[in-house]
Design a protein around this ligand. Sequence first.
Ligand SMILES: NC(=O)c1ccc[n+]([C@@H]2O[C@H](COP(=O)([O-])OP(=O)(O)OC[C@H]3O[C@@H](n4cnc5c(N)ncnc54)[C@H](OP(=O)(O)O)[C@@H]3O)[C@@H](O)[C@H]2O)c1
Length: 294
Amino acid sequence: MAVEKTGQRAAIPTVTLHDGTTMPRLGMGTWHLAEGRRPERQELAALQAGLDAGITLIDTAEMYADGRAESLVGHAIAGRDRSQLFLVSKVYPHNAGRAHLRRSLEASLKRLGTDYLDMYLLHWRGSVPLVETVECMEQAKADGLIRNWGVSNFDTDDMRELFGVPGGDDCAVNQDLYHLGSRGVEFDLLPWMDAHNVPLMAYCPLAQAGTLRDGLLDSLAVRDIATAHNVEPMQVLLAFVLRRPDTIAIPCSGSAGHVLDNLKALDIALGKDELAALDDAFPAPTSKEPLDME
Ligand SMILES: NC(=O)c1ccc[n+]([C@@H]2O[C@H](COP(=O)([O-])OP(=O)(O)OC[C@H]3O[C@@H](n4cnc5c(N)ncnc54)[C@H](OP(=O)(O)O)[C@@H]3O)[C@@H](O)[C@H]2O)c1
């Protein structure tokens, strides 16, 4: 994986979805943006810096900042070539049925200032039967409002159940928490997804700036690799997630500098010894673990 240097647009690698369309493997998350944690113009500049640098995938949700994250994204993409963007949003579980999905979707589209989503995800499982959510997703797809749909926070049993309902195997991705310090999905979920051609969208790929796992950023293994590649530990965490060919990472940042720094992860091909050192420090699971969530 190579990224062109400063001032040029990065060549973002892609994954091919089951319908033959491609999806970028590095995007920008938006959770906690537009919540007033910092000036909105700074967050807007961060998203725009990413877009200018060639990051075209943006992950958002109706939940984030009560829709204001979607509005921020709408602002960031205004005037850009829609066909070059890959927009992902998510529906609340309680809205994921016949009564509300269409209304939620249309509200998301309006806030984003677009007439379709590239990917629409069920944010997590709720009480609406999967068969009903799938039916609504398929209808939205048939109506041209979404190009593809997927799920989030689904474990192996959930995926098996989903693939058992009519149309359930049309699920294009599963978005789950995955980072060097939380590797439980490697035990049986990722092998199942690989076997069924369902790419992973890895959320919290930076372990929320290392805060989700003690010792992650201080780890000697991570620091040594960062030094060797002349990057910060954060980009090593990202390179670890991106080492899997069918995985999409969506780090979030409200800082333009951090967004651009994260692109450097695309240049890091972790060697065998480096991966072994990371495995020693943060071992792969040897048995089933509960799905980690944020
Ligand atoms: N489906 C779900 O249930 C679910 C759950 C959680 C998240 N998500 C999605 O996944 C995205 C990513 O997860 P996340 O935002 O929770 O966590 P994350 O991407 O692992 O970490 C975000 C944190 O990392 C910091 N950061 C980013 N780049 C950095 C850099 N180069 N150097 C130093 N700090 C850096 C950010 O601070 P700065 O802003 O200061 O850079 C922010 O505090 C979310 O935004 C959201 O779109 C989905």
